[in-house]
Design a protein around this ligand. Sequence first.
Ligand SMILES: NC(=O)c1ccc[n+]([C@@H]2O[C@H](COP(=O)([O-])OP(=O)(O)OC[C@H]3O[C@@H](n4cnc5c(N)ncnc54)[C@H](OP(=O)(O)O)[C@@H]3O)[C@@H](O)[C@H]2O)c1
Length: 343
Amino acid sequence: MKHTGATSEKKSASATSQTMKAIRIHKYGGPEVLHYEDAPRPQVAAATEVLVRVHAAGVNPIDWKVREGHMKDFWPHKLPLILGWDVSGTVEEVGPGAAAAGRFKIGDEVYSLPDPTRNGAYADYIVVREPELALKPNSLHHIRAAAVPLAALTAWQSLFDTAQLQPVQRVLIHAGSGGVGHFAVQLAKWKGAYVFATASTKNQDLLRELGVDKAIDYTQQRFEDVARNIDIVLDTIGGETQERSWSVLKKDGVLVSLVQPPSEEKAEELGVRAAFVAGHPSGAQLAEIAKIIDSGKLTPVINRILPLSEARRAHELSQSAHTRGKIALRVKNGDGTLKGKQS
Ligand SMILES: NC(=O)c1ccc[n+]([C@@H]2O[C@H](COP(=O)([O-])OP(=O)(O)OC[C@H]3O[C@@H](n4cnc5c(N)ncnc54)[C@H](OP(=O)(O)O)[C@@H]3O)[C@@H](O)[C@H]2O)c1
């Protein structure tokens, strides 16, 4: 049902409480700086904002990178800060501008990569700008939906917006078993590409289940001995892995990195393209991704579900750099049922 009123929509029964539970940091540091505590409940302050009751939050490496202070010179975060930029939940209040746009109404089940320069989703509530929201996939429970936005959007923007992936092209995805990688593999297959992907021995089965054509065990083989004439490399590792990736590209190929800007000089010398991608919010792309998920062609893999209060443990696991698929935090009780793939 389309909502077209120009006034804000608010759930009156829920307007009373001024506080909520959240995981916040008051200073940068290790997992011990994460505190599960009472925090002010956010308010819809701009007309185009939407208040979302968080059911689940996804965990990404950027969360612990922010926690450690790596982004403090780039993003205008203020402390105390709520971390976590992956959310699935229900619409609680709609600002007048967002209501006039007519896309969301109270009670809608939505998911989002909210602007990571603002407070995040490790909390009972989050305020999200309307263009950053989409209806969540019908086929996924909130916990699974929360694992999707940041990683799937980054994969989408890397492969489709930046690299302009075409059917039958050859793609090499480093860390195909990780958060971004497992979406990238499935999206590349959905587009009709021939996919090479790397992971360690224990994740070779997962790579094949995801549809990888040539799974490479980076602990046993050098990827450049297997993957040749590649159109697109998706670099999620950097360092030596990025350096060795140049040699597998065909002329006019593209090296897309998520972790370290690849050398423009090197790209020119080799006749290839280099790009760095910073994933950004897009409700429109999330709506497309939801359709692919509901068609059965894209499935999030969830490795671990923890309650919000155990965010420290979630960060320790994420920081191990060996997450299989995704980690999610359950925020609202009763959202523990899983449908679909779980590793
Ligand atoms: N620029 C952006 O917008 C953006 C967006 C999202 C993520 N990122 C960054 O991209 C990186 C990956 O993110 P993510 O969420 O996918 O991380 P992740 O889920 O933590 O990645 C873990 C995966 O990496 C694999 N792995 C570890 N070392 C490897 C190696 N040497 N070769 C191949 N695979 C290896 C692991 O497989 P095994 O256990 O089998 O080794 C594991 O499955 C992070 O640094 C993140 O901060 C950037």
